[in-house]
Design a protein around this ligand. Structure first.
Ligand SMILES: [Zn+2]
Length: 428
């Protein structure tokens, strides 16, 4: 069968006014930090938009219990006064009077830097740099945080990429012990360099509130002619510094547009379409982790592919992170070529979005992401106050949506031998 998206469906997406409207409406909800009214507003909007696309499908909501957390106050005091800062998600609190210690600047925060300074870290606050997240060899913030903890640091500072702005992110901590952790601006980091007279001192004061919380995963199923599925997913939650436009207003708007165009067709296709909206993604991928863990082996075997959209606007260049599933790559590239699009396949598993839980659960999974390996792409300001809608060109978002629709349609219709190849991973 053809890998080219039915021109009628491509036409529907090319002319769908709802794509750009939904993107803007999602941004209007605010940054969608889990546990806030902004997140709830976004879920209500998604429900309304899916209902408008397929009134007969009321979907279902899976409760997602998680460790709720809120920062009531966070300050950073340097020798010359207070500096702007942003608490990392699930940072621990400090004593009420604050935590004062010397700061050791470990530059980017590579394992080599941690190793070379191993004897100097205990009892100090570690300072590292936030990196372009979508690049080969990126060292994730959570790894740096974990290395700081292992070496006995008492606090963690991460400097953002954007002049004059702090940076957000998650500490990766679930519950129990951890480090007080703040995102700071690059200018603040510059003041914390080691000097001839020693390491500079800083005082971190963080007040938090933790209590059991609950959010949800929204699921809409459009069955095909067999009991197999293609899962199309995107995460709802974000950070409260801005409107989380690229990450992940783009993915949500694309999923809605693909659902509008494809839902009426799926009943004639081999595999069904399962549309999923996850939350607490920014909290160590919690929503999708609970979902995949709860699936039986048989249910996992029935999922042919997870196509996860996370940050698909902000650059015209799209990459598919194939999570080690080498067998899916030829299919992805053929679909892109058949639809006149260019796509780069990147193989190493990157645990930077919900696809990682599907992949770890034995399900072929890809993440579509824009601007991979491009330090100039707008994606570099994801997690800063500059993740706003003006960074996304409507044409880029439409191209990503067309490619997604083509991939999903082709995956729903692929014959069983082709789908079997997707599950092949090179022995490691
Ligand atoms: Zn994301």
């Amino acid at each position: 069968m053809s890998l080219k998206l039915d021109p009628r469906l491509a036409g529907l997406i090319a002319s769908d006014q709802g794509l750009w409207r939904d993107f803007n409406d999602i941004c209007d909800c605010g940054g969608r930090l889990a546990g806030t009214a902004s997140e709830k507003k976004a879920f209500a909007l998604l429900r309304e938009r899916v209902r408008a696309a397929s009134p007969a499908n009321s979907g279902r909501s899976i409760p997602v219990p998680y460790n709720g957390w809120r920062a009531k106050r966070a300050t950073l005091r340097l020798a010359d006064g207070i500096a702007a800062c942003h608490p990392l998600v699930r940072t621990i609190a400090t004593p009420a009077q604050g935590l004062s210690a010397e700061v050791i600047d470990l530059g980017r925060g590579t394992p080599e830097e941690f190793a070379e300074h191993a004897g100097e870290i205990a009892g100090r606050i570690v300072l590292v740099r936030h990196e372009l997240m979508f690049a080969a060899g990126t060292i994730h913030r959570r790894r740096k945080y974990d290395m700081a903890r292992e070496k006995g640091a008492v606090g963690f500072l991460i400097a953002g990429p954007l002049a004059g702005h702090v940076v957000a992110g998650s500490s990766g901590r679930d519950s129990g012990p951890g480090l007080p952790a703040l995102g700071i601006a690059p200018e603040t980091a510059a003041k914390l360099a080691r000097r001839a007279d020693g390491w500079p001192k800083a005082t971190i004061t963080i007040e938090t509130e933790e209590s059991p919380a609950e959010t949800e995963t929204l699921v809409y199923e459009y069955p095909g002619t067999t009991d197999e599925w293609v899962v199309l997913s995107a995460h709802v939650d974000g950070h409260d510094l801005a409107e989380s436009a690229m990450d992940n207003g783009t993915g949500l708007a694309s999923v809605l547009a693909v659902t509008r165009a494809l839902a009426p067709e799926v009943a004639r296709w081999r595999r069904g379409l399962r549309v999923m909206f996850f939350s607490v993604e920014e909290w160590a991928l919690t929503g999708s982790a609970q979902y995949v863990q709860a699936l039986t082996e048989a249910e996992r075997a029935k999922i042919a592919l997870n196509v996860n959209l996370d940050s698909v606007g902000g650059s015209p260049n799209l990459a598919a992170l194939s999570s080690g599933y080498a067998g899916i790559e030829p299919f992805l590239l053929r679909v892109a070529a058949a639809n006149g699009q260019s796509l780069r396949a990147v193989r190493p598993l990157m645990t930077n979005s919900d696809h990682a839980n599907f992949a770890a659960g034995g399900i072929p999974a890809i993440r579509l992401v824009a601007g991979f390996d491009d330090p100039q792409a707008h994606l570099r300001v994801v997690l800063t106050p500059a993740d706003t809608r003006d960074k996304v060109a409507q044409g880029e978002l439409r191209q990503a949506t067309l490619l997604t629709a083509a991939l999903v349609a082709a995956a729903c219709n692929a014959d069983p031998p082709e789908a079997a190849r997707w599950r092949v991973r090179p022995a490691s």
